[in-house]
Design a protein around this ligand. Structure first.
Ligand SMILES: *Cc1c(COP(=O)(O)O)cnc(C)c1O
Length: 387
């Protein structure tokens, strides 16, 4: 089918409904066992193929439809689903790394990805090293003969630095190293990662794709068939099935994803612009704002921003005071994750998470939901007054 506008692509796929039952929703197909007409038909089926079915763990028409839609959103060719975003990260590492190999991760990486890297280093004979997320072309100096993979995250989902992806990709490819991106922040809507040179796109569908704060799922998208085959093998060996009811929930949310994403984006920019004017806040770490490291990269490479950003409180406030601020919020709830309708707020002990963090003051991350931004601002204002 011809290339569609992203909003249209979110709503139209090549899914065919059963004869005589045309309707918009994709059917939920549950199965462990898939039946074959005879032994010859069983032997002829290949589990890797997406145009036939072998066993529920490898997918049903419901999950294949979701995979096809996600690949299209990212501008990729192949997609594999995993039971969580973190499982999708694990699948990439285990597909591409073996004992003796080296992987580079940005120092601002999603913390469980760092945990995985440390575990691979400690128990699996793989080295995981951490680089300055703003390294750009300088990453070339860190690549060793045994380096196989460079992870990127754009931006880092707590401290919000936006990396120079084309420079990182060029440096890695010059030495035959693959680049993976955790593209969750942009939902695949605001960043065309493959067009910048990235080889593997990972998404936590738990966030905007679900949109309901009720599903855990991940995806890995690629363009290259050989790379997809390696990932498929890891996917099969790890037994990463997803529930078809969950796959359906994500399919149900996709048509509204861009509208929700744009609303989160507009709300977040309104709240962030207000926060920037407040004496309690020393810095707003939002990629669309000039104070954010890598803002120029965001301007060049992104078409939007979504609802997630962080602030640094002025260093004169103790952690006790900023905790009191978070506890005093009424519309913002305290909790991890984002991409759902409700606004969330989490303070991070960033100084302990990073090797070379320079800034003073508590870092607080906001997920701007779909409430009216002026109500959210009023909520923050009343909590400031109780600090
Ligand atoms: C949430 C998240 C993940 C992991 O997703 P889960 O489904 O919670 O495992 C990975 N990366 C980023 C940036 C995330 O925000």
């Amino acid at each position: 089918m011809a290339k569609k506008n992203p909003q249209t692509a979110l709503m139209h796929s090549d899914y065919t409904a059963p004869a005589g039952f045309d309707a918009f929703p994709v059917a939920i197909h549950h199965a462990s066992t898939v039946l074959f007409k005879n032994v010859a038909a069983m032997r002829a089926r290949e589990w890797q193929e997406k145009n036939s079915y072998t066993y529920g763990l490898h997918g049903t028409p419901t999950s294949f439809t979701l995979e096809a839609r996600l690949a299209e959103i990212e501008g990729g060719q192949h997609c594999l689903l995993a039971p969580s975003g973190l499982a999708a990260i694990t699948m990439v590492d285990l597909a591409l790394l073996k004992s003796g190999d080296d992987v580079l991760l940005p120092d601002n990486v999603y913390n469980p990805n760092r945990e995985l890297g440390n575990w691979l280093s400690k128990d699996f004979g793989i080295t995981a090293r951490y680089y300055d997320p703003m390294a750009g072309a300088g990453i070339a100096g860190l690549i060793q003969p045994n380096t196989r993979l460079v992870w990127t995250e754009a931006p880092g989902s707590v401290s919000m630095e936006v990396p120079d992806l084309p420079a990182i990709c060029a440096a890695a490819h010059a030495k035959g190293v693959l680049v993976a991106i955790d593209n969750t922040w942009s939902a695949g809507l605001a960043l065309r990662a493959f067009d910048l040179g990235v080889d593997i796109v990972m998404q936590a569908l738990t966030k905007y794709q679900s949109g309901g704060s009720d599903v855990l799922m991940g995806a890995v998208v690629t363009r290259d068939p050989a790379l997809n085959q390696k990932l498929q093998l890891a996917h099969m060996r790890l037994g990463f099935g997803v529930g078809m009811d969950d796959a359906y929930l994500v399919l149900r949310s996709l048509p509204t994803m861009k509208l929700r994403f744009d609303a989160h984006d507009a709300g977040a920019r309104t709240v962030a612009a207000w926060l920037q004017q407040q004496a309690q806040i020393s810095r707003v770490l939002h990629p669309a704002f000039a104070d954010c490291p890598g803002h120029e990269n965001w301007k060049r490479d992104f078409t939007g921003a979504g609802g997630l950003f962080s602030v640094l409180f002025d260093a004169r406030y103790s952690e006790e005071q900023t905790d009191c601020f978070v506890d005093s919020l009424k519309l913002f709830k305290i909790g991890y994750s984002w991409g759902g309708a409700n606004s969330l707020c989490v303070p991070y002990r960033i100084q302990g998470m990073r090797k070379n963090w320079q800034d003073q003051g508590t870092l607080v991350r906001f997920n701007i939901g779909l409430e009216d931004p002026q109500d959210l601002i009023a909520d923050i204002e009343q909590a400031f007054n109780l600090m």
